[in-house]
Structures are given as structure tokens and as C-alpha cells.
Design a protein around this ligand. Structure first.
Ligand code: NAP
Length: 284
């Protein structure tokens, strides 16, 4: 039976470290500040934003919410980002995705100053991740690496398979595993022999967005299986991309959903906000 990696506990440790760093910064007269922008009334986005604000408050990070109506124009949103880019008490800017139809998310991400881009979605930060010279790591993949480290799971020289190639999870996940000297394969919807490729993985990361997609017959005995998915099962209950019940019988390590990667994403966002506050001398 696999060891269940407790994302809540690991995230708690990251938060405690962040709280300590925030307290140290406050002694130097700097309070890290995060602006969270939400456009429209998507209920899931509202929950994410509330959780992020609550997490900020718990570690002493100052946060501001900008809740804009769904009818907000591209120009209005760009103006807000421009204002936040030079706002001295704000070190990180997060625009909650998805934006309502008609708004150009790519343009908004590109308008955020790279030093304040705590999601690490700006092309300049994405490029930095590619060459391994980065300020910020994207929160979810960085959280996965922390989870592997928490159990001393060796990445170097291991076969790592990432299912999913999105810009926010799959691609940066593969790059971080590569920086950690893993031998990395990225799979996607056009991949042939997915099962065989997955069965070769020592570390298998699922970021597909399909409930219980990874079944036990796709997993090598003794593999570490990390489930990034946040899906709904046939009864509407939150579940991951991995068929946990059966895969845990084959794997050596496994992350649950909820309580695995999810809590790490917010913890890494807090960490990035502190990193941003430390580096923004140009604001003075
Ligand atoms: P996405 O943009 O929809 O990407 C899904 C990826 O899965 C795509 O690359 C797609 O391939 C691939 N895929 C789909 N069907 C496949 C199949 N049959 N075989 C192999 N690959 C297949 O999703 P995402 O934004 O990366 O998110 C993935 C999951 O992670 C979602 O459940 C999301 O909710 C969750 N998530 C969780 C967190 C967290 O904090 N825990 C954060 C972000 C996302 P193509 O590229 O060929 O279409």
C-alpha cells in the first residue's frame, strides 16, 4: 500500500516558513502585498480568491481584492493592471482565471510587470523557467516538487512522465523535473501507447482534468504518483485524475485529492509574494 503524501501538512510547513519571512520583512518596514483581481461572478473563481485572501491574512501578507463586473472592458482591466504595476504597497498581482468571454487573458498576463507576476505566467518568467534562471516558479508545479522533496523522493535519473502539456501545469512541470535531472516524457491527447509510457514512469504526474483517468494498470509497481487533477466524479464529488483506490495498491507514494497538490498551490503563491517583496527595490 502506497504512502499517502499529506499535502496539507507540507503546505503548513511552507506557510510557517513564509510567516517567519513576512515577520522579518515587517521588521525592515516592508509588508508584502498581493493584489487579487477577479472579473465576473464565476463561483469557483470566487472560492479560489477567498481562499487566497484568507491564506494571505494567516501569514501576515497584506492583500487587496479588486472585484470587477463581468461587463468590464479590456481597457479598464489593462488600466487597473497598469495602476497595480506601480503601486508601492503591492508586490504581487494575480488575475484570477478564467476571465469572462471577450477579455484577452494573454494580453492581461503580458501587461503584468514580470517582477509582480507571482503566478509566473508572463512570457518573460516562462522563458526564465526554460533556461533555469528564474525569480518565481509557477505555483502548482513548484508545489509538486516540494511534495516529492518532503518524502525524499529522488528525481535525478528517474523516468518522469507528465500527462498534460498545459502552459500552467504540464509544460512547467516537465521543465522543473528536467531541472532536477529527471528523464522526462510529456504525454498529451495525441500520445500513442500512453499506458506503456506511463508504466515506465518512476514518477508519474497526472494533469489531465479527467476524473480517475490514471488506472492501476497504467502504473509501475513502486512508482510515485502525483495527482494534480481537480475534477468532479459522477456524483459531483471532488476527485483527482488518478483512480486513488486502486492505484494506491500499486504505487509506493500517492497524493490524495483533496489534500495533496491543492494546498501546495496556495502555499507557493504566498512564497512567491514574499520573494516578490524582497526583490522590488525598483519601487522605492
Ligand atoms: P488543460 O489545460 O485542460 O490540459 C489538460 C491536458 O491533458 C492537455 O495537455 C491535454 O492534451 C491532456 N489530455 C486530455 N485528454 C487526454 C488523454 N486522453 N490522454 C492524454 N492526455 C490528455 O488542464 P490544466 O489547466 O493543465 O489542468 C489539469 C488538471 O489540473 C485539471 O483537473 C485542473 O483542475 C487541475 N489543476 C489543479 C491545480 C491545483 O492547484 N491542484 C492547479 C491547476 C490545475 P492536449 O494538449 O493534446 O489537449
Amino acid at each position: 500500500m502506497a504512502i499517502r503524501i499529506d499535502g496539507k501538512a507540507v503546505a503548513e510547513k511552507v506557510r510557517a516558513k513564509v510567516a517567519f519571512e513576512v515577520a522579518e520583512l515587517k521588521k525592515q518596514g516592508v509588508t508584502p502585498g498581493l493584489a487579487v483581481v477577479i472579473v465576473g461572478d464565476d463561483p469557483a473563481s470566487r472560492t479560489y480568491v477567498n481562499n487566497k485572501k484568507k491564506a494571505c491574512a494567516q501569514v501576515g501578507i497584506y492583500s487587496e481584492e479588486y472585484a470587477l463586473p463581468a461587463a468590464t472592458s479590456q481597457d479598464e482591466l489593462m488600466e487597473l493592471v497598469a495602476k497595480l504595476n506601480v503601486k508601492k504597497d503591492i508586490h504581487g498581482i494575480l488575475v484570477q482565471s478564467p476571465l469572462p468571454n471577450g477579455l484577452d487573458e494573454k494580453a492581461v498576463v503580458e501587461a503584468i510587470h514580470p517582477d509582480k507576476d507571482v503566478d509566473a505566467f508572463h512570457p518573460s518568467n516562462v522563458g526564465r523557467i526554460m533556461i533555469g534562471n528564474y525569480h518565481f516558479l509557477p505555483c502548482t508545479p513548484a508545489g509538486v516538487i516540494e511534495l516529492l522533496r518532503s518524502e525524499n523522493i529522488e528525481i535525478a535519473g528517474k523516468n518522469c512522465v507528465v500527462i498534460g502539456r498545459s502552459n500552467i501545469v504540464g509544460k512547467p512541470m516537465a521543465m522543473l523535473l528536467l531541472h532536477n535531472n529527471g528523464t522526462v516524457t510529456i504525454c498529451h491527447s495525441k500520445t500513442k501507447n500512453l499506458k506503456e509510457i506511463c508504466r515506465n514512469a518512476d514518477i508519474l504526474v497526472a494533469a489531465v482534468g479527467k476524473p480517475k483517468f490514471v488506472t492501476a494498470d497504467m502504473v509501475k509497481r513502486g512508482a510515485a504518483v502525483i495527482d494534480v487533477g481537480m475534477d468532479r466524479d459522477e456524483n459531483g464529488k471532488l476527485c483527482g485524475d488518478v483512480d486513488y483506490e486502486n492505484v494506491e495498491k500499486v504505487a509506493s507514494y500517492i497524493t490524495p485529492v483533496p489534500g495533496g497538490v491543492g494546498p501546495m498551490t496556495i502555499a507557493m503563491l504566498l512564497q512567491n509574494t514574499v520573494t516578490a517583496a524582497k526583490s522590488q527595490n525598483w519601487l522605492k
